[in-house]
Design a binder for this molecule. Structure first.
Ligand code: 8GT
Ligand code: MG
Length: 140
C-alpha cells in the first residue's frame, strides 16, 4: 500500500500514513497542524503520507526530516490505527522513535512542543488519535 494511490470504498481516498511518537525521557514531541490542513489546528504526532515505492520506515524518516529537521536513529513499530473520517480513511502506522539526531523545530512554520506523556489527555488531537494517546500515556 502506498500514499494516495490506494482507494477503499466508492471513491473515498485511503491514506497510508507514517507517524512518529518521538520519545525522550517521558516526553513526547508534537506538532500543531496548520489551519488549512485536514484536522487543522489540532496537535499531531509528526509524520505524513507514504509516497509510491516507500516503506513505512523510509516515509517516517523522510517526513521527520522534512517537518522537523531531525534524523531518525532508532524506531520500532508501536501500533496501527485505522480510522474513517467522513471525507477519507486513514491507516496510521505508528512508530516509537527513541533516538534521533538534530534539534527538532517546525520547518514548515508549525508549532512544535515537548509535552509530558501525562498531559496528552488535555490536548486536542485528530479523532483517529485517541487509541494512540491512550497507549503513549502508558509508556511512562
Ligand atoms: N501526521 C499525522 N497525521 C495524522 C495524525 N492523525 C491523523 O488522523 N492524521 C491524518 O493523516 C493524514 C495524513 O497526514 P499529513 O497531513 O501529515 O500528511 P503529509 O505530511 O504527507 O501532508 P501534506 O499532504 O501536507 O504533504 C491526514 O489526513 C491527517 O489528518 C497524526 O497524529 N499525525
Ligand atoms: Mg505531515
Amino acid at each position: 500500500m502506498s500514499g494516495t494511490v490506494d482507494k477503499k470504498g466508492p471513491g473515498a481516498p485511503f491514506l497510508h500514513v507514517a507517524v512518529g511518537v518521538i520519545w525522550q525521557q517521558g516526553k513526547v514531541l508534537l506538532s500543531r497542524r496548520a489551519s488549512h490542513q485536514h484536522q487543522g489546528d489540532k496537535w499531531e504526532f509528526p509524520g505524513g503520507k507514504l509516497e509510491a515505492g516507500e516503506t513505512v520506515l523510509e516515509a517516517l524518516q523522510r517526513e521527520l526530516t522534512e517537518e522537523l529537521a531531525i534524523t531518525v536513529q532508532n524506531a520500532q513499530p508501536l501500533m496501527e490505527v485505522r480510522h474513517r473520517y467522513p471525507e477519507r480513511e486513514v491507516l496510521l502506522d505508528i512508530w516509537l522513535v527513541d533516538a534521533f539526531s538534530g534539534e527538532p523545530h517546525g520547518v514548515e512554520g508549525q508549532a512544535v512542543q515537548w509535552f509530558a506523556a501525562s498531559e496528552l489527555d488535555t490536548l486536542s488531537f485528530p479523532d483517529a488519535n485517541q487509541p494512540i494517546v491512550e497507549r503513549v500515556m502508558q509508556l511512562v
